[in-house]
Design a protein around this ligand. Structure first.
Ligand code: FES
Length: 351
């Protein structure tokens, strides 16, 4: 028998008949959609039974765990130390802690939903036939009744414990989902544009002693750090600088080659360049005093020290930034400003 014939033979159906229960509407709606509900039975014959309460408590517990795990994710995302700190290994656990807490939240969402569906929703067996075409108005009404009935079947109205657990458990999950966006909001540009050097900061050796011109012999070079607390630690990893003492002829050449941005940066025969390679950030400190070339050991970039540290070989395409220096009244080297351009690769879009 075709579907049209079935509908024609069926007794007239009035969805506003007060004698009909909501399930009658649901069954009729399903029938008109070509779905025959052949078996329907609530999971618990006596609502509010001990067994039902036990399952409800378990599902609620799942959602509470979801909430706690998501909360732990949020706290770890914001407060867990993720930078390397000397003497601490906590940063190594940053990613595992985030993964574990988020994983637990998602796992218990799954366990909660599956238990809810398998143990609390009514048992139902339906047979569906397919049909084409749009649904008439009456069927839309029936569909709406079906949707309301489904929400009712979830039992969330008469199980306040579950309602609270779902709200408490899933709210932190929503927050956890948007937390990582915070990392996209912070503007890191100022971090990339500046270092610890600024006007008046003296140059110091790795052992903390201040640097005088006589500490570097002609043709030699040393690594110097800003003389501020922690200036020679990883906290200021962008600040190590190479102080080079050129021979007279080389110093004159460097002076005459100085680009406008590097004018005044050289003090007598001494000049200072950032040690961070502009290719990928390795420490470039192999100084060849015969050729006045500075070599980076990572990918063999070479920089011409007497010509504004111009790259002359290898993958680096940008000059090493020059640090303007002078000697103060006490005879110590001092910076006269920060670098004029960002040090190292600086920005990820740069070669
Ligand atoms: S990091 Fe220096 S050449 Fe690649």
């Amino acid at each position: 028998m075709s579907e049209t014939e079935t509908d024609k033979d069926a007794p007239e159906f009035d969805p506003d008949d007060p004698r009909l229960t909501r399930f009658d509407l649901v069954r009729e709606g399903a029938r008109r959609d070509g779905v025959e509900i052949v078996h329907y039975q609530p999971r618990f014959t006596k609502p509010g039974s001990k067994e039902e309460k036990r399952v409800v408590r378990f599902v609620a517990l799942c959602f509470f765990i979801v909430g706690l795990a998501a909360l732990a994710f949020i706290v770890a995302y914001v407060a867990w130390p993720w930078r390397y700190e000397p003497g601490s290994n906590l940063n190594k656990f940053y990613t595992p802690v985030l993964g574990t807490t988020l994983g637990l939240a998602l796992l218990f969402i799954g366990i909660g939903i599956i238990t809810w569906a398998k143990k609390l929703l009514p048992e139902e067996v339906s047979v569906e036939r397919r049909h084409d075409g749009a649904s008439p108005d009456v069927e839309r009404k029936l569909t709406a009744a079906t949707a309301v009935s489904m929400v009712d079947e979830l039992g969330i109205q008469r199980r306040p414990l579950l309602k609270g657990a779902v709200a408490l458990g899933l709210a932190p999950v929503g927050v956890a989902a948007i937390m990582p966006l915070g990392g996209l909001i912070k503007d890191h540009k100022s971090d990339l544009l500046t270092t610890a050097w600024k006007k008046g900061v003296r140059l110091m050796h790795d052992d903390g002693t201040l640097v005088r011109p006589e500490d570097v012999s002609a043709g030699g070079q040393i690594t110097v750090f800003p003389a501020i607390p922690g200036g020679n630690t990883n906290k200021y990893a962008d600040s190590p600088t190479l102080l080079i003492h050129l021979r007279d002829a080389d110093a004159e050449r460097a002076l005459s080659n100085a680009l406008p941005i590097n004018k005044g940066a050289q003090w007598n025969n001494y000049l200072a360049y950032s040690k961070i390679c502009t290719h990928a950030g390795c420490p470039a400190s192999l100084y060849e005093q015969q050729t006045n070339r500075l070599l980076c050991p990572c990918h063999q970039s070479q920089f011409d020290i007497t010509n504004n540290a111009r790259p002359i070989f290898g993958p680096a395409t940008r000059r090493l930034p020059q640090l303007p220096i002078t000697v103060d009244s006490d005879g110590y080297f001092v910076a006269t400003s920060d670098y004029k351009v960002p040090i190292g690769p600086g920005f990820w879009e740069r070669p």
